[in-house]
Design a protein around this ligand. Sequence first.
Ligand code: SF4
Length: 341
Amino acid sequence: MASPATRVHEDGYTPEVAARTAPLYERVKRVVPAIEWPVFAPDIDAILRLKRERNAVVLAHNYQTPEIFNTVADIVGDSLALAREAARVDADVIVLCGVHFMAETAKLMNPSKTVLIPDLRAGCSLAASITGADVRALKARYPGVPVVTYVNTSAEVKAESDICCTSGNAVKVVESLGADRVIFLPDEYLARNVAAETEVEIISWHGRCEVHERFTPADIATLRRDHPGIVVLAHPECDRPVVEASDFAGSTAAMSKYVAERQPDQVALITECSMSDNVAVANPDVDFVRPCNLCPHMKRITLPGIRHSLETMTWEVDVPADVADRARLAVERMVAIGWSK
Ligand code: SF4
């Protein structure tokens, strides 16, 4: 029998489902081929019904596929936006379409809600690179040096940290501490990019995003050769030479803003593949060249998986209270600082 994540519902594409979902297809027709819609529509229709029945909202990260991002999601954004919005959710249930640390963060920010993730295997190479014990060892090695932790970490790691940051506010957070040096965890490349923009000494860890570490300056050179005049935007989880070869570096939220405000004729987003599809929906006059590195963890979240999650109320994400209280403090300190550079 097919697993919930792979089960398809083409046979559910009735005339009623087609009519109910037609306005949604209009929204995504630029990035979802018409031939695929009969496969997606029955799950979308069921998810919209289940959300009402369960009093649930769907939060989706910018790296989710367009048929999730643009149809069933109530709130979309980068990991910081999802954390901030999770705190404001009134509904009983939050379905987090992203990776596990994001679901944990939603639970930290709104502990009375039921937080579900459609696939428990949706992890992250950065979050997996470090444990709470590693942070305790670093603190013992550098006594008194404050710990800044990227949000792409487990609640256990956040709980050992002084403050969290995102790629959009990392420099601001580092400089807010008034320290000569900080321990910056766990992304080695983000640490390098932060170090290039501040006088504060950065002690880094060896974590890397398995998606962004694959981009090279040669990729950018090829893009520029093949598409003269193209604007290249890179995520700061890319290595420093990639960022230096780009026209702009910023979080996924900053990239979206750049495209929306400047409307370049042609752009390449040096980040996870689905981001281009999702930004393209909102910017029909911009031509996107799509260098395609997929995040296998983000891609574990599917429409059948979301449907199954709401049908069975799985998989619930919880965080032990003592860890949650300390981790929440680190996230709230970041939110209080804000996220523009
Ligand atoms: S894109 Fe990179 S940082 Fe984001 S979830 Fe995937 S592995 Fe983690």
